[in-house]
Ligand binder design. Structure first.
Ligand code: NAD
Length: 351
């Protein structure tokens, strides 16, 4: 098949991990007879340095024309001063909005060989296999923001339509998995959460009667996630709760560096990125874990290009590389750990 993929390496470790992803995509194209056109564009802090804007028009245009967008990570201390007028994060929110990707899927699976890499006890982690579905283009991150001399305000809004569409994505996913959906809110305090709970109950009752639904308060969910993570299948929640809980959930797998994400809208085009940030503390040293990005490529192959076999092959290659001991410093105590390139090479050689 022919596909056009926009590649946005971004900042910090972004370019290091996307370099491995590009090598894997090229190898997959070569092995399976596909024609992938990869177009790199500046984004985030790197784009601010080049053009003054985090999402330059040409970058946006390339993304809008592409079948899928692969992103490394953005941000860093250079662009984070409180008084800064433009920020890399504005580019990311703008890109998500422009692509209409309102559903962020974050699978968390614990690799058996890495049971010891987490700070949690191995017996709690065995067989954990869950997916977070986080609402991505609404809520407090997108609401009106105001600053006065001695106060600040962030407005949180959700509409019925926004809740319905994200719940449908999560419910369809639960149908294909173990048929269990947990919806997370703070309905004892927030009006937006009461709307969320009401709409979720109705959509599930009317459209997905075979999927079991449990409502959970966000504080309680934060606790159960590390107390009995195995019992979760699909979890759906709003933007900010999802942002926080998915970082917590990433620790089940052992490292932020291992986890992929897919951001999807109504069509096939999606935005794929590892869940970690630009990791300024380790950037430029070639030691970042590339597996979260490579697993994001597997999600891209599956959701945007419909290449299920290729996606599974990449998933399995990452798994086999980890099993064979190709582990970066964040997931091994062995000295010396694998470099980013060595980990990428271990996957390439298994494709
Ligand atoms: P971070 O995810 O960049 O790093 C947190 C910790 O995890 C660091 O110690 C880092 O070294 C480690 N880590 C992250 N990814 C790793 C990898 N692949 N391999 C090994 N170790 C890894 O979060 P942060 O430090 O809070 O944020 C740094 C910058 O990234 C900030 O500017 C933030 O705004 C930005 N950020 C961007 C995104 C994104 O691009 N989507 C997401 C989160 C944070």
């Amino acid at each position: 098949m022919k596909a056009h993929i926009a590649v946005l390496p971004g900042d910090g470790i972004g370019p290091e991990v996307t370099a491995e992803a590009v090598r894997c995509l090229n190898r997959i194209a070569e092995r399976h007879g596909h024609q992938f056109t990869l177009t790199e564009q500046p984004f985030g802090g790197a784009a601010i340095d080049l053009t003054g804007e985090p999402l330059p028009p040409q970058t946006l245009e390339t993304c809008l024309k592409a079948d899928a967008v692969l992103l490394g990570a953005i941000g860093g201390p250079k662009w984070s001063a409180p008084e800064a007028k433009v920020r890399p994060e504005q580019g990311l929110l703008g890109l998500r909005r422009a692509l209409g990707v309102y559903a962020n899927l974050r699978p968390v699976k614990v690799h058996p060989a890495l049971l010891g890499a987490s700070t949690l006890k191995p017996e709690i982690l065995q067989d954990v296999d869950l997916v977070f579905v986080r609402e991505l283009t609404g809520g407090i991150y997108f609401g009106e923001k105001r600053r006065e001399a001695d106060s600040a305000t962030d407005v949180c809004t959700y509409t019925v339509g926004e809740v319905e569409r994200i719940v449908r994505v999560a419910a369809r996913l639960a149908q294909q998995r173990r048929g269990k959906l947990v919806s997370i809110d703070k309905s004892n305090v927030l009006e937006t959460s009461r709307l969320w709970r009401q709409v979720t109950s109705r959509v599930m009752r009317e459209e997905f009667p075979a999927v079991s639904l449990e409502h959970m308060l966000v504080d309680s969910a934060a606790m159960h996630l590390i107390r009995r993570p195995r019992e979760f299948d699909v979890l759906v929640t709003e933007n900010m709760f999802g942002d926080i809980l998915t970082d917590e959930a990433s620790m089940l797998a052992g490292s932020l560096g291992l986890l992929p994400s897919a951001s999807l809208g109504d069509g096939r085009r999606g935005l794929y990125e590892p869940i970690h940030g630009s990791a300024p503390d380790i950037a430029g040293r070639g030691i970042a874990n590339p597996y979260g990005t490579l697993l994001s490529v597997a999600l891209l192959l599956r959701h945007s290009l419909g290449l299920i076999g290729e996606s599974e092959a990449l998933d399995q290659a990452v798994s086999a590389a980890i099993e064979a001991g190709a582990r970066t410093a964040d997931i091994t105590a062995h000295d010396p750990p694998a470099t980013t390139r060595q980990a990428g090479e271990a996957v390439l050689s298994r494709l």
